[in-house]
Write a protein that binds this ligand. Structure first.
Ligand SMILES: *[C@@H]1O[C@H](CO)[C@@H](O)[C@H](O)[C@H]1NC(C)=O
Ligand SMILES: *[C@@H]1O[C@H](CO)[C@@H](O)[C@H](O)[C@H]1NC(C)=O
Ligand SMILES: *[C@@H]1O[C@H](CO)[C@@H](O)[C@H](O)[C@H]1NC(C)=O
Length: 502
């Protein structure tokens, strides 16, 4: 089969729009690959208004009011508008389920247009504690304080929360982003400087008395990442909005409450199961992270996956650099490359441990339209990359699903998202149940050294071992010394030797 395709060196293609090598790296929070400055027009349509009024069991929150409260895309992240302080200062805040601090720019930065000036807020209260957070990409440091926030399209009311004011940052704010802060929605275990800093969502749940659950829909599927405009999305706080998904929600347990860590059992490429030990998929953790752009796979899994894709695809002549993210692949504008690539499925453990379910992403989600070249070519990137420390279900995957973070029941749910459609085709699937008889009963890589307490224990054990070893060495050396000093022993030995010669 002839596949009309041209690969172009990334630097050539992106020379004009992209200024750095960051394109090649999966981005934790940041969105560096896209350099087009794009005016943002808030999306206000609400085709759901005609639907029945959905709300939480207590009837206090209106989920419909939260539909479309996000803007952004997978490359630059999805953000929510917040009003901070008194009088309110409005900022856009990146929604990140892979960290646990709420932090906003507290000083000017070349890449942001506005920032939170705490001295202009009468309700701001400094805690005088330094805080810094390092992400897979980027880091910031600042000072911890407390202030009131309100969400124009969230839970009504004002809430007092911890806020870090960012004073200095590196690779955190990027060109063309339209957000000025980050909302870490993971568990308090990850909060800096310590887990005693109550997280934004914990404060909200407590003060608004809403259920401890939020859900997310990110609507960038199939849309060019450099698109002239931003896509929408929804962050539903306090529950689940039925109009945002189709079919059933399938849940997998949160195996440990720090990141949203889940257990992946199998990978399937075009109907064929990858032949890897399931531990590889969870090495050293598998997490659901809205703040990561791509689907990131541990190196071994990545290599196996790419090989399997090449096997099932008529595209054999792809340069390695496409898979590694250094090159884009371009096709005629009229041609969609998606038929050349297989579906990818990820099997997750069901709440019933002897079952699993699978979530499937079609190529429309992971072969991502990036830019148009010379009028007649559309260029795409591979939305999957390799990782050294985690498997991350980032925006590439999340854009296919309505994802429920049910903290109350320690589970994450996946359902087909109503906006996961490209040219009228649904680009994601959720199916189950499947038996888990062919997989180990536990695929989690347990790393006891993760916990500080375990560090202390292991150091204590190590020092104990050291002392015992030292004593042993001394005990061993002492007779030896005697052995060399004592002529009798030497004689004895020589007699033995002589004996043997006889
Ligand atoms: C917040 O209050 C406004 C005005 O009363 C209402 O229209 C809106 O639905 C409420 N939003 C939520 C999320 O409850
Ligand atoms: C914050 O606002 C105060 C009062 O308006 C002003 O004096 C100060 O320069 C501002 N700080 C920054 C960092 O812009
Ligand atoms: C869990 O799944 C197994 C296999 O499908 C089934 O036999 C069992 O009844 C289920 N257990 C519960 C508690 O539903």
């Amino acid at each position: 089969m002839r596949v009309p395709l041209q690969t172009l060196p990334l630097l050539l293609v992106l020379g004009a729009v992209c200024a750095s090598s960051k394109f090649t790296f999966p981005l934790r929070i940041s969105p560096a690959e896209v350099r087009n400055t794009v005016p943002v027009t808030p999306q206000t349509p609400n085709e759901f208004l005609g639907l029945s009024f959905a709300s939480d069991p207590t009837g206090k929150i209106n989920f419909l009011a939260m539909i479309d409260n996000l803007e952004g895309d997978s490359g630059r992240g999805y953000y929510l508008e917040l009003s901070i302080g008194t009088p309110p200062q409005k900022l856009n805040i990146l929604v990140d389920t892979g960290s646990s601090n709420f932090a906003v720019a507290g000083a000017p930065d070349p890449y942001i247009t506005t920032y939170f000036n705490s001295s202009r807020s009468s309700s701001y209260q400094s805690l005088d504690v330094d805080v810094s957070v390092r992400y897979t990409q980027g880091s910031w440091s600042g000072i911890l304080g407390r202030d009131v926030i309100a969400m124009p399209q969230g839970v009504n009311g004002t809430y007092r929360v911890n806020i870090a004011s960012i004073r200095e940052s590196e690779n955190f704010f990027m060109p063309a982003i339209n957000w000025q802060g980050i909302l870490g929605l993971a568990y308090k275990t990850l909060a800096k400087p310590s887990s005693s800093v109550e997280t934004f969502f914990d404060s909200l749940v407590q003060q608004a008395d809403i259920p401890d659950i939020f859900s997310m829909q990110m609507c960038g599927a199939g849309l060019p990442i450099t698109g002239s405009g931003t896509n929408g999305g929804s962050l539903v706080m306090g529950g689940i909005e039925p109009s945002l998904y189709k079919g059933d929600i399938w849940y997998t347990p949160v195996t440990e409450e720090w990141y949203y860590q889940v257990e992946i059992l199998k990978f399937e490429v075009g109907g064929t199961i990858l032949n890897l030990n399931c531990m590889e998929y969870n090495s050293d953790k598998a997490i659901v992270d809205s703040g990561t752009t791509l689907l990131r796979l541990p190196e071994k899994v990545f290599d196996a996956m790419v090989e399997a894709i090449i096997q099932t695809s008529p595209i054999q002549n792809f340069n390695n650099d496409f898979w590694n993210g250094f090159q884009l692949a371009c096709w005629d504008k009229d041609e969609k490359p998606w038929t050349y690539f297989p579906d990818l499925s990820i099997y997750l453990r069901d709440m019933n441990a002897s079952r699993s379910f699978k979530i499937t992403v079609k190529p429309q989600l992971y072969i991502q339209s990036l830019l148009t070249f010379r009028e007649n070519l559309n260029c795409y990137r591979f939305g999957i990359s390799s990782s050294t420390n985690a498997l991350v279900l980032g925006a590439t995957v999340m854009e296919g699903f309505y994802v429920v973070f049910d903290r109350a029941e320690k589970k994450v749910g996946f359902a087909i998202s109503t906006c996961a459609e490209v040219d009228g085709v649904t680009v994601s699937e959720v199916a189950g149940p499947f038996s888990t008889q062919d997989v180990s009963s536990d695929c989690i890589v347990r790393n006891p050294l993760r916990e500080p307490v375990m560090w202390i224990i292991s150091y204590t054990l190590m020092s104990l071992c050291g002392i015992i070893l030292l004593v042993l060495v001394i005990l061993l050396l002492l007779p030896n010394r005697r052995h060399f000093d004592d002529p009798e022993l030497v004689n004895d030995e020589s007699s033995l030797v002589r004996h043997r010669w006889k």
